[in-house]
Design a protein around this ligand. Structure first.
Ligand code: HEM
Length: 106
């Protein structure tokens, strides 16, 4: 089921306290501009946790499947991540959010 990017913009409000999506600026979290296709832990000028850097070195690339897992339960997908966010429990919310993030990954 394809997500609804407009609904995803509303879900993204939960992320926007820490993440910007429409520019390369880092906040508490790394910019999520062009996150689809990115190797984990590689956005310039952001101080990632060792866990996130290791995940990227281990081959973790953010695509729809890996983002879905991470957003469902960040600390299960990347043990030791410093992202303090409990995760999204509603798969529909995640689908909508992915459609939104995709718009900024073209
Ligand atoms: C990392 C997405 C909420 C803080 C990340 C990464 C993604 C992501 C994809 C990895 C990026 C990369 O490898 O370059 C999201 C989404 C959120 C959300 C979609 C909302 C659903 C939050 C919130 C905070 C936060 C609310 C702050 C309280 C961080 C931090 C990192 C991170 C600090 C770096 C983690 C590390 O180095 O281990 N986020 N995030 N995020 N996020 Fe979030």
């Amino acid at each position: 089921q394809e997500g609804d990017a407009e609904a995803g913009a509303t879900v993204f409000k939960k992320c926007a306290i820490c993440h910007i999506v429409d520019s390369d600026t880092n906040k508490v979290g790394p910019s999520l501009n062009h996150v689809l296709g990115r190797t984990a832990g590689t956005h310039p000028d952001f101080k990632y946790s060792p866990a996130m850097i290791d995940a990227g070195k281990g081959g973790l690339i953010w695509d729809e499947a890996t983002l879905r897992d991470y957003l469902h339960n960040p600390k299960a997908k990347v043990k030791g991540t410093k992202m303090v966010f409990p995760g999204l429990k509603d798969e529909g919310d995640i689908s909508n959010l992915l459609a939104y993030l995709k718009q900024y990954s073209q």
